[in-house]
Design a binder for this molecule. Structure first.
Ligand code: CMP
Length: 397
């Protein structure tokens, strides 16, 4: 009984983890996003005044439903908190208390409590409530979204470059604010009478926002303004470049680990040794497919081949269909023969595939001839089998 409970608890904990790539984890995330999106939409619409009574009641119902989902989620997260590695060594009660007092726990609770206040008491969700909800529910999303963690890591990795740009930003800002203060304070004492007011103008101009509420009138002030506008574009371009590059790098690193986890399930790759394997990992993409999904259609042009790291596919041949399981591959013939797909291939269960695009396949052919030789050998066998119409044992069977 204890084992059953703890396995169930571990499974639930793993499913709720945003880094979980399993089928159940991905389904939960999609459902959570859908509930959150519906809830936010209902809250936003409910802030519109003079809605028909029926629509109002429907919106309150949706908000209540989403709140119930979040309440169940909160309960499950609290119950499964002892499974977290972060709380290993603590008793179940202490682990739950620590989780409840963490940012995730507090935001999870805040996302639930006020929702019940308006839905259970059936108070009309007025615009104040709507604003609070939008913030709390979006906060909940930001806590669980992998992008938040990624952005945090990007800022940490790029802090040296970001600080340099920030220093340039501050230098331009203070210089421009001081210079404009000197030029404009006589003519516009209300707008440029002190340095903080000039700083406001400089920030609005440097960030290229330009509200137009404060405008320099003297020639000197306008010249400073021109320099600030051009500098603003440069500084923002630098900042965007640093963040975009850092983000792409971080995503590439995460994808690398995700692919690595799948690649080790394919014996054909593991036989290659770590160095060669690391070369190939960068060229593969992980794709998850539901059952009965057509991955490849006969007679269509082919630009990629697939390795099965989990699940099973059915190759629909004119004679009886052939099934390929974990470790198998398909789609190689179109790349080798440069011909359209020779068969339709459909998943029979949830399946994880590693995709290798044609350009990368030809590059790998030059670097890792042993891998391509094995693929070619199997393709030859399949061709013979299709021509003779009789099954022959594959190299792996
Ligand atoms: P391709 O022609 O690119 O697309 C369909 C794929 O089905 C083909 O590559 C092979 O990978 C696979 N295929 C074709 N014939 C057989 C077979 N006899 N046994 C297993 N797989 C096959």
């Amino acid at each position: 009984m204890v084992t059953t409970t703890s396995t169930l608890r571990a499974r639930i904990h793993a499913t709720l983890l945003h880094s979980n790539d399993s089928q159940s984890g991905r389904r939960w995330r999609a459902f959570h996003l859908f509930a959150l999106g519906s809830g936010l939409l209902a809250v936003a619409v409910s802030s519109v005044v003079n809605l028909p009574d029926l629509v109002d009641r429907l919106l309150v119902l949706i908000i209540a439903l989403v709140a119930i989902i979040f309440l169940v989620e909160y309960g499950l997260r609290l119950w499964s908190a002892p499974e977290s590695l972060r709380y290993s060594g603590l008793s179940d009660g202490r682990a739950r208390l620590r989780w409840a007092l963490s940012a995730t726990g507090l935001i999870g609770l805040l996302a639930v409590v006020p929702a019940f206040a308006i839905s259970v008491s059936a108070v009309k969700a007025d615009s104040d409530f709507a604003a609070i909800f939008c913030i709390l529910w979006i906060l909940k999303l930001s806590v669980h979204a992998p992008a938040t963690g990624t952005l945090g890591r990007v800022i940490s990795n790029e802090r040296a470059a970001l600080s340099s740009v920030l220093i340039i930003f501050i230098i331009v800002l203070v210089t421009a604010a001081t210079a404009t203060y000197f030029f404009e304070r006589g003519g516009q004492p209300d707008q440029f009478g002190d340095l903080p007011s000039s700083l406001w103008w400089a920030v609005v101009t440097l960030t290229t926002t330009g509200y137009g509420d404060v405008v320099p009138h003297t020639v000197g002030g306008r010249m400073v303004g021109s320099v600030v506008m051009v500098s603003g574009i440069l500084v923002l371009a630098l900042m965007t470049g640093i963040l975009a590059t850092g983000f792409a790098e971080e995503v590439r690193r995460r994808e690398y680990l995700r692919v690595w986890d799948q690649v080790v399930k394919v014996p054909m790759f593991t036989e290659l040794g770590t160095v060669t394997l690391s070369e190939i990992v960068g060229k593969l993409r992980v794709r998850y497919y539901p059952p009965r999904f057509v991955v490849v259609r006969r007679d269509e042009p082919g630009d990629s081949m697939f390795f099965i790291s989990d699940g099973e596919v059915e190759v629909r041949l004119p004679r009886e269909p052939v099934r390929l399981g974990q470790g198998g591959f398909f789609g190689e013939m179109a790349l080798l023969d440069r011909l359209p797909r020779s068969a339709t291939i459909v998943t029979t269960q949830p399946t994880t595939l590693l995709v290798l695009y044609a350009s990368d396949f030809y590059e790998i052919a030059a670097h890792i001839p042993s891998l391509v030789a094995a693929v070619e050998k199997e393709a030859r066998r399949r061709r013979q089998e299709n021509e003779s119409g009789q099954a022959t044992p594959s190299a792996s069977s």
